[in-house]
Design a binder for this molecule. Structure first.
Ligand code: PEP
Ligand code: CO
Length: 450
């Protein structure tokens, strides 16, 4: 891969390489106009925040913190309203509370939020009743309805994506700064539904124990723990649509580096991790902490090449590997990669995404994931990293704070027939609030058992 490393990186240098999963626009002038407008608008995040996350991730890589990353498979513009945003933030905060308490580690909270609008698709087209149309690729690119007009890639949606990301982030920041996450008032964190949940008693016990500890600390120190009053919350999305990502890439004179300021923590999806492809080229030049999804098809050689290209200075915190093998494959696939990375002396963070390798279709044709398979992969991930002397630095979920029925199982025992009741995702099935909270508790229970 010498040719790539020798070549001078620029925000547009990816354009000379093959870029998979990109939309085809018919109006090039409209695309240029939209990109120019996005480029002159203010960034969504600051480079100071991005650098802070990179430092925190380095700590997670040493086992001092734990990463909780989660959110929708794809955000939709339609759901950019107060309640779904607040509910998603709440469930992430509740899960992190459970993790902080149980793991006795600070948790880095990262939403798949405020920009998760572009989706890779395994097929370019979709056929219904003999009609073939381009696949839906996320709200940043086209629309989910099944008409030719809706499935046509529309450059204006990039601008709308930027704006919806800004609206989402503005509300998240206001909630976080306004005390929504204040540990002194964990009662604000309650979701209505916890009240009727089989997990209610356990959750309340955890909350009470945190309040007691906080009161104790403040009593003996004689002053409020101001630090605990506010929390950090970071954003992430798959950096799939490279023109859109490039338009928000900025040179920061203070650090002498380029940053993607549309999000704190962009990742490369499994389908676009080709070492000589455009995505890897774009990502190697930005200073953000970045991640790559690692699936069953990735060889150790491929992974090591990615580590060299994406993290040439071998800095811990820069590169995260999000493995997503499925419960059936993780035992076979993960150890080889962890060993190879360790032997080569590459410094990376490992995070487990137990969702994307466990997608299946029910007898009636509904895409789902089973709670027990998700949990099984997660437990295998913890056990394998431990056996290999490696650290599992975090977890990555597709979840929502709403009461959907997209994944089966969990304490309430959702079955295949429940799926029809509240299936809202246009893409992958998400854990609902209760299943997500239970997942947090199960992670912690595993540690307590040992
Ligand atoms: C996703 O995270 O929604 C996704 C498409 O994942 P992967 O690239 O791992 O398939
Ligand atoms: Co998904």
């Amino acid at each position: 891969m010498e040719h790539k490393l020798a070549q001078k990186w620029q925000p547009h240098s990816w354009q000379s390489l093959i870029a998979d999963q990109q939309p085809l626009y018919s109006d090039a002038l409209a695309v240029d106009r939209v990109l120019a407008e996005i480029h002159r608008r203010p960034p969504l995040v600051t480079w100071g925040e991005v650098d802070k996350l990179r430092r925190q991730l380095a700590e997670a890589g040493r086992g001092e913190r734990f990463v909780l990353q989660g959110g929708d498979c794809a955000e939709s513009f339609d759901d950019c309203t107060a309640e779904p945003i607040a509910n998603k933030l709440k469930i992430l905060l509740q899960m992190s509370l459970v993790l902080v308490h149980g793991l006795k580690k600070r948790v880095i909270r990262v939403g798949r939020m405020a920009g998760q609008y572009a989706k890779p698709r395994s097929a370019d087209h979709e056929t219904r009743n003999g009609v073939m149309l381009p696949s839906y690729r996320g709200d940043l690119i086209n629309r989910s309805g099944f008409t030719a007009a809706e499935r046509t890639a529309d450059p204006n949606l990039m601008l709308r994506g930027y704006e919806h990301a800004a609206l989402t982030l503005n509300y998240v920041r206001a909630l976080v700064d306004g005390g929504f996450a204040d540990l002194h008032h964990p009662e604000y964190w309650d979701l209505d539904f916890v009240r009727n949940s089989p997990l209610e008693a356990e959750y309340r016990r955890i909350v009470q124990s945190i309040v007691d500890s906080l009161t104790f600390m403040e009593t003996i120190s004689g002053q409020p723990l101001s630090e605990s009053g506010s929390i950090d919350f970071f954003t992430s999305h798959e950096g799939l649509h490279l023109l859109y990502e490039q338009a928000q890439t900025t040179f920061v004179a203070e650090t002498g580096r380029w940053y993607n300021l549309s999000t704190h923590f962009p990742w490369i999806g499994m389908r676009t991790a080709d070492v000589s492809g455009a995505h890897v080229e774009y990502f190697r030049g930005i200073a953000n902490p970045i991640a790559v999804k690692v699936g069953s098809g990735m060889s150790a050689e491929h992974l090591l090449e990615l580590c060299t290209l994406l993290n040439p200075n071998n800095e811990l915190g820069r590169l995260t590997l999000i493995h997503r093998f499925g419960a059936k494959n993780i035992n076979d696939k993960l150890p080889v990669l962890v060993e190879a990375v360790r032997k080569a002396g590459k410094h990376v963070l490992w995070i487990c995404d137990p969702m994307h390798g466990n997608t299946e279709t029910t007898a009636s044709g509904i895409k789902t994931r089973r709670f027990e398979n998700i949990l099984e992969e997660l437990e295998a991930a913890f056990a394998l990293h431990e056996q290999l002397g490696s650290i599992l630095a975090g977890v990555h979920f597709e979840l929502t704070g709403d009461d959907v029925t997209e994944c089966t199982g969990g304490a309430r025992g959702l079955t295949d027939t429940d799926l029809e009741r509240a299936y809202k995702s246009q893409v992958d099935p998400r854990l609902n609030y209760e299943q997500a909270l239970e997942m947090g508790m199960r992670i912690v229970a595993r540690k307590a058992k040992k």
